[in-house]
Structures are given as C-alpha cells and as structure tokens.
Design a protein around this ligand. Structure first.
Ligand code: ZN
Length: 145
C-alpha cells in the first residue's frame, strides 16, 4: 500500500487569534488557551482527554467550556470530527482531506492519503468485514491493522 504523510501546519496563538478575528468570531482568552494546547502538535484526541490536559494546565476552564470550544472549532473548520474508532468520538487537528490507519493493538492512529483508485476496494473490504456499517459515501477511509 502506498501512502503519503500529511503535512500539518502549526498554528501559533497570534495566528489563531488572527484567524478567529478574520472570520468575525469573538476571541477569548479561554479559546486561545485551548487552541494553543490543541494545535501545539498534530494529534487525534477525545474531548475528555483534552479536558483533562487543559484542566491540569488551566484549572479554571470547565469541562463544558472545553466541549463547547471544541465544537466551535469544528463548526469553523479548525478541527475535524473523525470516526476512526467505534468506541469514542475523536477530533483531528489535521483538517485536510485524509484517511486513517488505526493500529488496533495499540490504538494509535496515523494520517495517510490513500490513492483515489484504491479507496473503493478498501471500502468494499471494510464493509465485507463489518456488514453493520452504513453503506454511505464517506470521504475518509479508516484501515485497521
Ligand atoms: Zn487524521
């Protein structure tokens, strides 16, 4: 299988502030603190994970605030929701179109770009193994290894 790693641009607090303002969105200190924490490095995470990490750094930030800000970032294209695992909802700080490889033994997730011509056969193989999955068109393919 030929795969390409996805390059992810790092976002500084100043760039994030600029981005929010350019879209006419309110910039708050809490949004910037959460954004800075999330965009420090590219990653996939659950809302609960990010809440625990942010809470240890900024104890006054509530769970509800973290969850609201995550959804706010998804709405405005800074984060993507990913259905790479069936047990939890994951967020992805790489918002480019890409696919995922999940290592089931460790739970680790890697970003890959599958060649367009191979996607259909991947999907068919996934559906054959998981007949309960909806046969809807999906833009992101998840391969479990
Ligand atoms: Zn990803």
């Amino acid at each position: 299988m030929e795969v390409t790693n996805v390059q992810v641009a790092m976002k500084t607090r100043a760039e994030l502030s600029e981005f929010l303002k350019s879209r006419g969105l309110r910039v708050s200190l809490q949004k910037l603190e959460i954004a800075e924490h999330i965009f420090r490095e590219h990653r996939h995470f659950t809302a609960e994970e990010i809440f625990r990490e942010i809470n240890s750094e900024y104890p006054r930030v509530s769970r509800a605030t973290v969850f609201n800000v995550l959804n706010f970032f998804v709405e405005h294209g800074l984060l993507k929701k990913v259905d790479a695992r069936s047990d939890v909802q994951l967020f992805d700080s790489n918002t480019e179109d890409h696919d995922h490889v999940v290592v089931d033994a460790t739970g680790k997730i890697f970003d890959v770009i599958l060649p367009e011509k191979d996607k259909e056969s991947f999907l068919k193989a996934i559906w054959a193994k998981n007949p309960h999955l909806p046969k809807r068109a999906i833009s992101s393919v998840v391969v479990h290894v």
